[in-house]
Design a protein around this ligand. Structure first.
Ligand code: AMP
Length: 283
């Protein structure tokens, strides 16, 4: 695996590879890698692309300063994992390579309704930061494919919208959520869970499974929502939202609707760690 830290260096390398006719898949990450990340690299390789991963903990997408400061890093282990997965290129830039003129002069993208609901409502400025960094990284790497994880469902929708706004030709490929044995969605933040917290964390997945199962009969979602909320609170979580939404628009729904694709989404705090997960309900 070739590692680049400077924009000019990766750009000239990518230019040569594009000239040689290679299709390029890009996998942006914030590091502290786990099997959810390497599954994206492996999928891109299976699809026959040259794989370019990035590790950059983007300061502009953290609405919570403490979350940024505590965000786990493990660059050496990350490099070993990417190498073992057969990743071709790692872009590992310092902040001033990504934002050489600071962030004030960077274009700001608006995501309308998507930025006002669920993650958008709870994390003001987060998706603007995501838009800013993904637009910049796409401009540097100029990939043909962009591999992202369904784990961050709303982020996938935001980035799809960004691709349209920027006129990028990159096609987004969404990979299923990779889970631990008890169903907990893999996340870099999981490594901050204490042992007792980790033992409880799979309950979010259980809630999603029960929301999905009860959706088969249709009816009032609010009842299931309240059951999940009570369970999570009882186990010591602080739920932020337990939602059922249209899978294409994220319009929030009070009732199951078997005539459209829907998705269940949960965000909940366990101690000072915020966990999110989602699951398709039908469609
Ligand atoms: P992050 O490093 O958390 O910004 O994630 C980088 C990419 O990996 C994003 O596209 C995430 O959606 C994806 N990802 C993170 N966790 C998982 C997971 N458990 N399963 C699948 N994809 C994931």
């Amino acid at each position: 695996m070739v590692i680049f830290k400077k924009v000019v260096d990766i750009q000239s390398f990518m230019l040569q590879n594009r000239a040689a006719g290679r299709t390029v898949a890009f996998i942006p990450t914030m590091g502290a890698l786990h099997s959810g990340h390497t599954a994206l690299v492996a999928a891109a390789k299976r699809d026959g692309h040259m794989t370019v991963a990035s590790i950059f903990v983007n300061p502009t997408q953290f609405n919570d300063k403490a979350d940024f400061q505590k965000y786990p890093t493990s660059v050496d282990a990350d490099i070993a994992m990417l190498t073992a997965t057969g990743c071709d290129v790692l872009f590992l830039p310092p902040v001033d390579e990504v934002y050489p003129q600071g962030t004030d002069s960077m274009p700001v993208y608006e995501f309308g309704y998507l930025d006002t609901v669920l993650e958008g409502a709870r994390r003001p400025g987060h998706f603007k930061g995501v838009g800013q960094v993904v637009a910049r990284l796409l401009d540097i790497v100029k990939p043909d494919k962009l591999y992202m994880g369904q784990k961050d469902y709303q982020q996938c929708m935001v980035v799809r919208n960004l691709l349209q706004q920027t006129g990028s030709h990159a096609e987004m490929i969404i990979n299923p959520t990779v889970r631990e044995a008890d169903g907990l969605a893999m996340s870099s933040r999981n490594r901050r869970l204490t042992e007792p917290q980790r033992a409880l964390a799979g309950i979010i997945y259980q809630c999603l499974v029960s929301i999905q199962a009860k959706g088969q009969q249709g009816g009032d979602f609010k009842i299931v929502q309240k059951e999940c909320e009570d369970l999570l609170i009882d186990k010591g979580f602080k739920p932020e939202y337990i939602a059922l939404a249209d899978a294409d628009t994220l319009e929030l729904l009070d009732n199951y609707d078997n005539n459209r694709k829907t998705v269940a989404l949960i965000a909940a705090w366990l101690g000072d760690i915020r966990l999110i997960d989602n699951m398709p309900v039908n469609g």
